[in-house]
Design a protein around this ligand. Sequence first.
Ligand SMILES: [Zn+2]
Ligand SMILES: [Zn+2]
Length: 357
Amino acid sequence: MAHARDPIADLRRIAFLLERANEATYRVRAFRSAAQALAGLPAAELTERAGNGTLTELAGVGDVTARCVAESLAGEEPVYLRRLVATEGSDLDAEATALRAALRGDCHTHSDWSDGGSPIEEMALAAVELGHEYLVLTDHSPRLTVARGLTAERLRRQLDHVAQVNAALPEGFRILTGIEVDILADGSLDQDDDLLARLDVVVGSVHSGLKDERSKMTRRMLKAVANPHLDILGHVTGRMVSSRPAGVTGPGDRGHRARTRAESDFDADAVFAACAEHDTAVEINSRPERQDPPKRLIRRALEAGCRFAINTDAHAPGQLDWQRFGCERAALCGVPADRVVNTWSAEQLVAWTHDRT
Ligand SMILES: [Zn+2]
Ligand SMILES: [Zn+2]
């Protein structure tokens, strides 16, 4: 006869996998509370109750969890757990996987020079580990004081620093210089022109006045998109969503769930038409709490003929691995790899951005 497994550990494992797959909270809770209820039970009573089918008399234990316990005690991996393990990691369809594999870098990342949590070196090393060929460093611009946006002077210093860091990094990888520049209320960009011209990649985003009325927001975005310095339009709608995609849970979960924000209101078709006309890429922001733009807008940008950049907007090294979430969304909308600027090599990317300036 097979050795009994630890039924409590199996229940907890199931809860963990459900949670990671972003399943409904009540399902997760069913397994957690069953684990808790049974953890206090003497082993002999657990076995006895599993044998005579009275586990469900205990508060917090239902039919499904009781069956899992019986299977565990019989030395079998519970069917429920087996199914979860079998589908684990297979939530990406082939297209999303291929798209992720085609990405050669990330065009939107932050370091501790602004509101990121880690030094540039650490971000770069994590990117090397992920197999990237480049990382565009895009710290915030001066007016975003809450995020310690870089003044022109600090940005100049950062450029010198990046040159030094690059010299020490493995061959075949480099940090590209960049900025996430605020799109100001009048549509102008929050950094000196000469600096914007000098940077490899310029991401521009709206961070203020997100509730502005439609015509005002549209004008603001149209002006920014037409600016030859702007290469990528960042997190287009500014929304914050409550749900996280499959695979993301963690200590920050609760805080992120609480902070939701509606999409800002603008004429998306006009903005995407302008992006296509000026060859400004539309960012597909991979951050779980952003998922921006929403899929319906990704589809419209695709129809408008826009290019895309699938970025993480990482503020810490581990977040650099979030690109797969953006890829899933892009794949669901049928975005082909050849429309995505970060499938290009660093040389191609920089040739494109400089061509536009
Ligand atoms: Zn930031
Ligand atoms: Zn931003």
